[in-house]
Design a protein around this ligand. Structure first.
Ligand code: ZN
Length: 298
């Protein structure tokens, strides 16, 4: 009898422990869902750097950064000087949106200079893989430095550190126009969001929007597609982004006539505030939990 009672006691004790553990798990789980986003304790800035007819977007936080594209090789020195001026030693993520020289021209120099956590690029079919020197230089540098390379997947979220994350969007089909093979990036910095379209045009914006209706495209700032080209205005996609500020990265008096009137008209119709690298130079936003504001570059 005495033995059985002990056993019962033991069973009761085990049950109690299970209940407590479950309660702890549920409480913890619940807490992690409702806890507000942790804010980065470092100053976080998003930079649309003036790199002529091309684009390069940097997120800086302490000695670390995230870089999306580099523009042409001729701007490598300017880009490296800019990154160094913020004291950045490591690029946690580097994203090569698509293999055109106005986006990856300086990539080999960046790969050779900085330690890189993860390098993200679009998946390209054999047919779409370029044989250009600039692309081969980038691949060679990645292999030589043994960089961790990740193929972009639509909807994948990268939690970089407290208050800093990004999501890669597109491409979702292999098409012959490499602009429409762009990896788009939605940065979320201390609750402020920046949608960087790279050179995605209507074809990609439309296919991504249709294939992924559940992505939260809404962003505070929109870096317009393809340097403000008319071919990157897709009403449904841009309405989903619904940004307050439009940024255009383009070179002064560029031969493509970027930004096109259609893009300027769209920005005007939507009453967005516009900044252009060809007019405003480097466009920098400081991001805190209270919001984002445009600040002067260093
Ligand atoms: Zn471009």
């Amino acid at each position: 009898m005495a033995k059985r009672r002990r056993k019962n006691k033991k069973t009761k004790l085990i049950s109690l422990v299970i209940v407590i553990v479950l309660a702890l798990i549920l409480t913890y789980g619940d807490k992690s869902n409702t806890e507000p986003e942790k804010i980065s304790d470092k100053e976080v800035r998003v930079h649309f750097i003036d790199v002529g007819q091309g684009s390069a977007t940097l997120v800086s936080y302490g000695e670390n950064g995230i870089l999306i594209d580099t523009s042409e090789a001729e701007y490598s020195k300017r880009l490296v000087d800019y990154i160094d001026s913020y004291g950045i030693k490591t690029l946690d993520y580097v994203i090569a949106s698509h293999p055109h020289s106005d986006h990856i021209g300086g990539m080999a120099d960046i790969i050779n200079k900085y330690p890189i956590g993860t390098f993200i690029m679009p998946e390209l079919s054999e047919k779409n893989t370029p044989t250009t020197r600039v692309y081969e230089k980038m691949l060679t540098a990645l292999v030589e430095k043994d960089v961790n390379v990740k193929i972009a997947e639509t909807g994948e979220v990268y939690n970089v550190q407290d208050g800093i994350s990004f999501q890669t969007i597109g491409p979702c089909e292999q098409v012959s126009d490499l602009n429409d093979m762009s990896v788009m990036v939605k940065l979320t910095i201390n609750g402020n969001s920046f949608m960087v379209l790279a050179d995605a045009e209507k074809q990609e914006l439309s296919s991504v929007y249709e294939a992924y209706p559940n992505i939260n495209y809404k962003s505070d700032v929109l870096a317009m597609g393809h340097h403000g080209s008319s071919t990157s205005i897709h009403d449904d996609f841009l309405a989903a982004v619904d940004a307050e500020i439009a940024v255009i990265s383009c070179g002064k008096d560029n031969k493509y006539g970027h930004p096109h009137n259609e893009a300027l008209q769209y920005i005007n119709d939507e009453k967005m505030v516009m900044y252009r690298t060809d007019i405003d130079g480097d466009i920098v936003f400081s991001c805190t939990a209270d919001g984002y504001e445009r600040v002067e570059s260093k």
